[in-house]
Structure formats: C-alpha cells, structure tokens
Ligand binder design. Structure first.
Ligand code: IPE
Ligand code: IPE
Ligand code: MG
Length: 252
C-alpha cells in the first residue's frame, strides 16, 4: 500500500482529533480569579471547537474533560466541574442537534453523580441520530483502567470458551476498549504547553501526531484549531516505514 506523498499539496485533514483541554486553572490564576472561572470559560470553548471541526471536515472529536486522577482535586472544584458539565448538557443539546453532533462518552460514567449521569444518558440518546461529528467526552476516564478492563473482558471470553487465547489480536483488543468502533486519533492537541499524556488513550495514540500549544484551553479558538490542523497537514506520517521516491511504502 502506498500512502500520500510527503510533498502532496492536498491538505490532509485529520479524521479524528483528540484534545487534552488543559490550563483552565492557570488562565484563572493569571486574572486573580478562582479556578472555577477558568473551567467555566473552558467549557464555553467546546461548541466553537466542535463547529471548527465540522467546518474542517473532521469526523470525530474526543475531549478529555475529567480524568480518574482528577478526583484528587478539592471537593468544591470537583462539584463545580460536575455542575458545569450538567449545565453544558442542559444548554447545548439543541445546538448539537442543529449542528449534527452526536454525543458519546468514554470512562466510568456509572461512578459520576446521579444527576450528571442521567443528563449524559439523555443527551446521548437525544443526539443519537446525528451524523456530522461524533463528540466523545472522556469523563472519569483513565487509560490504564480501560486497558485493564479490556484484558478482563478478553480473559472472561477465553474462560467461557467463546475464544481461544491465540485469537486475541490487536484488532480484537482494540474492539474491547471503550473506543471500540472508532478510528484511532490522527491528531492529539494538548493546550497549556504540558508535554505529557496524563493517562489519556495510551493504546489509541500509538501513531497519533502530537501538537502541543502554549495557549491555555480557555483561550483556544478556531484559529488555533486551524493552526493545529495545518501543523498536522505538514507532517510526514511514516508508521515506521522508509520514504522512497516521495511516497511511503507500507505492507498491504
Ligand atoms: C484542565 O485544566 C481541566 C481539567 C483537568 C478538569 P486544569 O484545571 O488542569 O488547569 P491547570 O493545569 O491547573 O492550569
Ligand atoms: C489532564 O489534565 C486531564 C484533563 C484535561 C481532564 P491534568 O491537568 O489533570 O493533568 P496533569 O495533572 O497536568 O498531568
Ligand atoms: Mg492541568
């Protein structure tokens, strides 16, 4: 198989963008405001970025909104984040339906407060017919938990005789992750300059292009999204292969 040449001038659009939305706290601190103000402003960026993705022709947007490690934060910050999420869902479903956004979640939703869980389930249901962009919120999400869960599910399938051990392939493993059925992200954006994955999509990001911007999430706008996509478009994705005569040869 031959994939697009590095000097091909057609802009490459990532099919799936994942974002680690970071820097809300610093944005608030710079203004002498409480951290929750930063989260509030951060949450208000989501719709604009969804619309930017639709305009660019992106099919999947996955946002890291609350990690399994974020439970370590002060109680009032967690409560504020949950309230913001509830408010976001209450206010944005109509807009999602107008824009053709289908909401999905990954992470342990069952452990979120009841009110949030119910709103989430309702929003997922109410947007299930949309087909322009799949917006996945990673909530109470931790990649290591997810991988352990997939391993358990495969072990149970072997134990019950449903599959043999040597039938466990990369594809089968992927299908047992919470992202099963979704393509891996082509582009990962992390705002606020941090150079780490923070337990996000460790399996799925194996060959993802990474774009780190100094912009704090509450300041991240459409132009920043376009810049990230342009950066992606200029990358030469090799998947470990050699470049020969301007094209990358991959095994069929
Ligand atoms: C990201 O912003 C939002 C969440 C993790 C929920 P932070 O709250 O981590 O902001 P900083 O990193 O403290 O600036
Ligand atoms: C990652 O940001 C989690 C989310 C954006 C939801 P954090 O701010 O929690 O990550 P660390 O602590 O800098 O690694
Ligand atoms: Mg942070």
């Amino acid at each position: 198989m031959t994939v697009s040449a590095p000097n091909d001038i057609t802009p490459k659009i990532p099919r799936h963008i994942a974002i680690i939305m970071d820097g809300n706290g610093r944005w608030a601190r710079e203004r002498g405001w409480p951290r929750l103000k930063g989260h509030e402003q951060g949450s208000s960026r989501v719709q604009d970025i969804c619309e930017g993705c639709i305009d660019a022709g992106v099919d999947y947007l996955t946002l890291y909104a609350f990690s399994t490690e974020n439970w370590c934060r002060p109680k009032h910050e967690i409560a504020g984040l949950m309230l913001l999420l509830e408010r976001f869902l209450a206010e944005k479903v109509a807009e999602m339906n107008r824009n053709g956004v289908k909401l999905a979640t990954i992470g342990r939703i069952a452990d979120l407060p009841d009110a949030v869980r119910k709103r989430l389930e309702r929003a997922v249901e109410e947007t299930s017919h949309n087909d322009r962009l799949v917006l996945t919120l990673a909530l109470n999400y931790g990649s290591r938990d997810e991988i352990v869960e997939a391993a358990r599910s495969l072990a149970a399938s072997v134990q019950s005789g449903e599959i043999m051990t040597d039938e466990i392939t990369k594809e089968l493993f992927s299908s047992r992750l919470s992202t099963g059925g979704m393509p891996d992200p082509d582009l990962l954006i992390r705002t606020s300059g941090e150079m780490r994955l923070s337990n996000f999509l460790l399996w799925q990001l194996s060959y993802t292009e990474i774009h780190v911007t100094q912009k704090l999430w509450p300041d991240f706008g459409r132009q920043d999204l376009r810049d990230a996509i342009a950066d992606f478009s200029s990358r030469d994705r090799r998947y470990g292969a050699a470049v020969e005569n301007g094209s990358i040869s991959l095994p069929a």
